[in-house]
Ligand binder design. Structure first.
Ligand code: SF4
Ligand code: SF4
Length: 458
């Protein structure tokens, strides 16, 4: 009977595990394909510097500690997530092999230390999640209540926090009941065989008194239910995050690795425009930048849709944590303008998901007469950007919302020719006078001459 129970559990676990992995791999391939819909951009080379940036930003969470309290809590959740994978590995192997606490006899007393350490981290995760939940829902921090956070984004953030608390509570329940069952080895062969002596664990050891009066079958049921909730919950979590902002848990690594290593303020020129200007100035050729020699290729200036952006812009969009640090430092947003760099990233990801689903359904030539600019972002938002770079500096995972804003603005200026009249006057001045002012270059030092004349008169 107990053997049959064990086999049913093993088969059920294998089915759940394989299904979850199938969904995750499918989703991973979908996201990868979507990112590669972007235009090519060379982010190779400088491996050591890239690796260092990734370790500092993604693994070391360097920027998070600019706000120490939030940084420590975030780091606790993050470390808990990383280290608890050792425990998840044991649970998965137990599920597939029909064993129980496979690592306990192998590691001996180190196992007790390891699980205790995980439990302390898990306790930290619960405390941090409760504080994060309160900050969002009770204190209502301004950056979490901006218009773009209404509806799904807030629900998504809350769901994850609650889910993490549930997972950690299941872990404590699983370990607490296990500890009591370890003292009942004499009651059945199943208990003796499954519930190895492990020594007391740091947090669940304090629940032993609570479970002590429960009957052995009840304890086994509670331990098994908690085990299933914990592992199925983790698998659901792993699938769910591929649909949510929590994808940054994985994508923060490639995203920081492929960061732009040039100074943040450096704007990339448009090769086709550089070429035209070089020809006008008689310099000739494509200059430093390569331009396609294929006459049939009509260059598009700027970006109207996500496919006009680079693959790195699209990776940025999928990596965004929606933390709002960029929006909270954005001078345009602070002065009541419509622009929020976080919303630009969310819009880009939402549109990219829409395009990806469309391609899956209708093939590569899919078109829905919609676009990022116009259907998601508006001219008013894009024109409000001062290009100050504050959002780029503030992002904890080196996302660059400004590049996406600039590319759309280039589209507005060069494809739509619909920049405001005051901007057009400035463009004309730059073209004619090499400066934004309406004075010829030859008169640029007139003010100095006038000062000199006044001084001579004195
Ligand atoms: S670069 Fe633009 S979007 Fe970014 S902070 Fe400055 S004004 Fe805001
Ligand atoms: S772009 Fe960066 S700072 Fe802005 S919301 Fe996304 S992760 Fe946060």
């Amino acid at each position: 009977m107990e053997n049959t129970f064990q086999i049913i559990q093993q088969v059920a676990f294998a089915a759940v595990f394989l299904t979850a992995n199938y969904i995750m791999i499918k989703r991973f391939l979908f996201i990868r394909r979507n990112i590669l819909l972007g235009k090519p951009e060379d982010r190779s080379g400088n491996f050591v510097q890239r690796f260092k940036t990734m370790v500092m930003m993604a693994l070391g969470q360097k920027q998070m500690f600019d706000r120490p309290l939030a940084g420590i809590m975030h780091f606790t959740i993050y470390a808990g997530f990383l280290l608890i994978n050792v425990e998840v590995l044991e649970i998965v192997l137990d599920g597939l092999l029909g064993t129980h606490r496979l690592f306990a006899p192998l590691f001996g007393s180190f196992y007790t230390f390891l699980i205790s350490f995980f439990e302390i981290l898990a306790f930290g995760v619960v405390v941090s999640c409760v504080i994060f939940f309160s900050r969002r829902n009770l204190l209502k921090l301004p950056r979490f209540t901006k218009p773009e956070m209404k509806g799904w984004p807030t629900l998504d953030a809350n769901l994850i926090l609650v889910w993490e608390i549930v997972l950690m509570c299941a872990l404590f329940n699983m370990n607490g009941t296990d500890l009591v069952l370890q003292t009942r080895a004499g009651e059945s062969a199943y208990v003796a065989e499954h519930y190895h002596q492990t020594g007391q664990f740091a947090i669940s050891g304090t629940f032993v008194g609570f479970f002590e009066n429960f009957s052995t079958p009840t304890l086994i049921a509670l331990e098994r239910i908690a085990w299933w909730i914990h592992i199925v919950g983790i698998l659901i979590f792993a699938i769910y995050i591929t649909y949510s902002k929590h994808l940054h848990i994985f994508l923060a690594f490639p995203n920081t690795f492929f960061s732009n290593l040039t100074p943040h303020g450096k704007m990339e020129n448009m090769p086709s425009v550089t070429n035209e200007v070089n020809i006008m100035l008689g310099i000739g050729g494509a200059g430093e930048e390569e331009v396609s020699q294929d006459d049939s290729e009509v260059p598009t200036f700027g970006a109207k849709d996500v496919t006009d952006l680079t693959w790195k812009n699209l990776l940025d969009a999928y990596s965004c944590t929606e933390c709002g640090r960029c929006t909270s430092v954005c001078p345009a947003n602070q002065t009541g303008k419509l622009l929020s760099p976080r919303k630009i990233m969310m819009d880009t990801r939402n549109r990219l998901e829409e395009v990806g689903k469309g391609i899956d359904k209708n093939g590569k030539e899919f078109s829905d007469d919609k676009s990022l600019y116009g259907d998601y972002t508006t001219k008013e938002e894009l024109m409000a950007c001062t290009t100050c770079n504050a959002c780029v500096e503030a992002c904890p995972i080196n996302i660059n919302p400004l590049e996406i804003i600039l590319q759309q603005r280039r589209y507005i200026a060069m494809e739509e020719s619909s920049t405001p009249a005051s901007w057009n006057a400035m463009f004309t001045n730059i073209e004619n006078n090499f400066a934004p002012w309406a004075f010829p270059a030859s008169e640029r030092f007139k003010w100095a001459e006038e000062i000199q004349q006044n001084e001579d008169k004195q």
